[in-house]
Write a protein that binds this ligand. Structure first.
Ligand code: GTP
Ligand code: MG
Length: 438
């Protein structure tokens, strides 16, 4: 999609069968992101499997097992546009067996649509102690998805009742407050993913409602401003030595601005260097801003001194090299239990570094967001926790609250993602700055 529009990663969350796939599939048809022909094919396929009510869901549910069972297992990605943005839609599964896929989806998202079924019994099941409505909302919050839209779905099954809508709105408002969402900024939309009411066009069945349609609410999303005023950070993805130019590092500007001629500090080693030139798409630039994927030619330093995972930053506001840090994590997969001493690999921005779980400070109940135990001996799959980590070798990280781009991480071991989390606190090391070897 060759669009100049700003890009938003949008995750669709909610209890199993709330209508996430149906709503989002229908939305893609209404926005023209899916052709009539594709839709007819899916309709035929749904009929063949005796699952006609899943025809829209089949846009996302492409796996054989998903279609036969009528549920989402894996994450599915599709693109669509509104007047202002272009979205990558991530349809997450609601079933609790696949919650790790939902977490992976949310850890990449800027905004979420929480789909809640208004159907009798379904809303109640979703919000109950074992339901995923609360759990998903908490996970999305923990993973830093700050924008939330609530779709009160299946309004066709409750005769478009305003009373039912208000009841659900009140309960979900309480729930979102508990997990820490600023509820006054959260739009609530009554609608139906099945009939399409209030997805794109204003519904004539819901005349009592005067708020935005789902598409309008999506177009109204307020992205945080580009972080140009924050200190400059560029995590290195690749390092090259180019004839006639010298050392070039490649990466994406996460925050701040980098200018030609500027002095930079490269952490963790603490080398200083001068920006000789900046290039993007084979064009030289005087400066680069967040989101730009650039090559930076550096003066006076050998490519042998540099590697992926190091971070370029201004010399007066150098990136933080952490000695220890506190993270809030959610364990999404572990065959046994995780206890202090465990040393998996942490992936943050472009860095990978073995880190030890020094201590587990608190266990948190993902359904309520409350601390359920202080200093537990271990945590296991499904638990949320506050953990003290120690990297075995120097690692650049920032507090999520200050520079979120460098404050999210994944814990990996045995070829799988064990946990995801955000950096709450850091204990930074003083790194003296010095010239690098030429
Ligand atoms: P998982 O991915 O398994 O968590 O489910 P989901 O949230 O994606 O739900 P899905 O879209 O698969 O829909 C589940 C069932 O609810 C299907 O039979 C849909 O046809 C039905 N459904 C979804 N939205 C609506 C709606 O607005 N009204 C009615 N009447 N049925 C709906
Ligand atoms: Mg689904």
């Amino acid at each position: 999609m060759s669009s100049k529009k700003e890009h938003v990663n949008l995750v669709i969350i909610g209890h199993v069968d709330a209508g996430k796939s149906t709503t989002t599939g229908h939305l893609l048809i209404l926005t023209g992101a899916i052709t009539d022909r594709e839709m007819r094919e899916m309709e035929a396929e749904a009929q063949k499997l005796d699952k006609s009510s899943f025809k829209y869901a089949f846009v996302f549910d492409r796996l054989k097992e998903e279609r036969e069972r009528g549920l989402t297992i894996d994450l599915a990605f599709r693109k669509f546009e509104t007047p202002k943005f272009y979205f990558t839609l991530i349809d997450a599964p609601g079933h609790r067996d696949f919650i790790k896929n939902m977490i992976t989806g949310s850890s990449q998202a800027d905004a979420a649509v929480l789909v809640v079924s208004a159907k009798k019994g379904e809303f109640e099941a979703g919000i109950s102690a074992g339901g995923q409505t609360r759990e998903h909302a908490f996970l999305a919050r923990t993973l830093g998805v700050n924008q939330m839209i609530v779709l009160v779905n299946k309004m066709d099954t409750v005769d478009w009742s305003q009373e039912r809508y208000n009841e659900i709105k009140d309960e979900i408002t309480d729930l979102l407050k508990q997990v820490g969402y600023p509820v006054k900024d959260v739009p609530f939309i009554p609608g139906s993913g099945w009939t399409g009411d209030n997805l794109k066009e204003r519904s004539s069945n819901l005349k009592w409602y005067d708020g935005p349609t789902l598409l309008e609410a999506l177009d109204n999303i307020k992205l945080p401003p580009k972080p140009v005023d924050k200190p400059f950070r560029l995590p290195i993805q690749d390092v090259y030595s180019i004839k006639g130019i010298g050392t070039v590092v490649v990466g994406r500007v996460e925050t701040g601005k980098i200018k030609k001629g500027q002095q930079v500090a490269i952490l963790p080693p603490g080398f200083t260097s001068e920006v000789r030139s900046i290039e993007m798409h084979y064009e030289e630039l005087p400066e680069a801003i967040p989101g730009d994927n650039i090559g930076v030619a550096l003066r006076g330093i050998s490519h042998k001194e540099l590697k992926r995972g190091m971070v370029l930053s201004p010399t007066d506001k150098p990136a933080s090299t952490v000695e220890e840090f506190t993270g809030q994590i959610i364990v999404i997969y572990h065959p046994t239990v995780v206890s202090p001493g465990y040393t998996p690999v942490i992936h943050a921005h472009t860095a990978q570094q073995a880190c030890t779980f020094v201590s587990i400070k608190q266990k948190i109940d993902p359904r309520s967001g409350q601390v359920s135990q202080e200093n537990p001996d271990y945590i296991k799959q499904g638990d949320a926790a506050v953990v003290e980590f120690k990297p075995l070798r120097p690692l650049v990280l920032e507090k999520y609250a200050e520079i979120p781009q460098l404050g999210r991480f994944a814990v990996r071991d045995m070829g799988r993602t064990i946990a995801v989390g955000v950096v709450k606190e850091i204990k930074a090391k003083e790194v003296p700055l010095k010239a690098g070897k030429k």
